[in-house]
Design a binder for this molecule. Structure first.
Ligand code: ZN
Ligand code: ZN
Length: 316
């Protein structure tokens, strides 16, 4: 499924099987998760995709030698810049990203730099594992950057939050789910996943929060989440793109509250999450679509109609 220009549907096309270059592995794709970042690419909100482009950066596939590998968003780094040399390859200035700079997993075949692939834990099947590779990974990194909160608020209860809620509960945190006003199904889903409270994001929760993670790409939620924080709390913005953040009084930031973003992932995040997920165990709730229905899956995601994660099933 190929993107030729922003704001156009993906087109189903026959393309040549990609040739692996030295250091790359050729994978037969079996599943690829659909991420909100894919929507930002399609909608032209991320400025420089390599067109034409095969999107998709939550790939589970098999190498010719039978290994089952996951391909995440971080596809390549230079290893030499000041960020790479200080353990922050997620900030590499020359990084290339899967399904953005590099062709991704909305396809039967993909090539990937082997050094950035992640082995998939045995206890997950291909479709269930796919959402771990971005929703899970970015969620995991966001949770780490939220510090050590007793009370954690999750704003936007989609693919990432449904995984983070399980990780946070496993760590003994109290989790509060903030959903789109009127979305009772999302509120019920949040409660099923261990949130002790779920309610509309435009109203305060029952208690102050020590940290909030904003998954929804809605800048207006940043001051709302700040207002919900206890002293010293942090708002972590987990998305790659967000609508503008409205101005807010300094009072909301006072008393050592903080706002920060999370960018991309490191390989270490990947190794840590894929070791942790089977121990929790994280269960991903997945809605499956055949590859050729990628546009439908993306539209459903855009309308907030996916419970958990949407995943494209590529080969049976
Ligand atoms: Zn670098
Ligand atoms: Zn993603």
């Amino acid at each position: 499924m190929v993107l030729h220009a922003a704001r156009e549907p993906l087109r189903l096309e026959d393309v040549p099987v990609p040739e692996p270059q030295p250091g790359q592995v050729l994978l037969r794709v079996s599943a690829c998760g659909v991420c909100r970042t894919d929507l930002h690419v399609l909608d032209g909100e991320l400025p420089h995709p390599t067109l034409p482009l095969v999107p998709g950066h939550q790939i589970v596939g098999r190498a010719e030698d039978g290994r089952r590998l996951g391909v995440p968003w971080l596809g390549w780094t230079d290893g030499t810049c000041r960020y790479c040399l200080s353990g922050r390859e997620n900030l590499c200035e020359s990084a290339r990203f899967t399904g953005y700079d590099l062709d991704g997993g909305y396809a039967d075949w993909v090539v990937a730099d082997e050094r950035y692939c992640l082995p998939i834990p045995d206890s997950y099947d291909d479709v269930q594992a796919a959402p771990l590779l971005c929703a899970g990974l970015i969620g995991y990194r966001s949770l780490r950057l939220a510090g050590d909160p007793e009370r954690l608020g999750l704003y936007g209860f989609g693919s990432s939050a449904h995984i983070v809620a399980q990780l946070a509960r496993h760590e003994g945190r109290r989790v509060f789910g903030f959903v789109r006003p009127g979305d009772d199904a999302a509120a019920r889903f949040a409660l099923e996943l261990g949130c002790e409270w779920a309610g509309p994001s435009d109203e305060p929760g029952p208690e102050e929060l020590d940290a909030a993670i904003v998954f929804a790409p809605v800048g207006a939620l940043v001051p709302v989440a700040l207002r919900a924080l206890a002293r010293g709390g942090v708002v972590v913005c987990a998305g790659i793109h967000m609508s503008d953040i409205p101005t807010f009084p300094y009072e909301l930031l006072w008393e050592e509250r903080a706002v920060r973003s999370v960018a991309n992932l490191t390989r270490r995040d990947g190794e840590e999450l894929l070791a942790l997920a089977p121990r929790v165990p994280v269960r991903t709730e997945v809605e499956e679509f055949p590859l050729e229905q990628a546009n439908e899956a993306l539209d459903r995601l855009r309308r907030g109609e996916i419970r958990g994660s949407a995943v494209l099933r590529v080969t049976v």
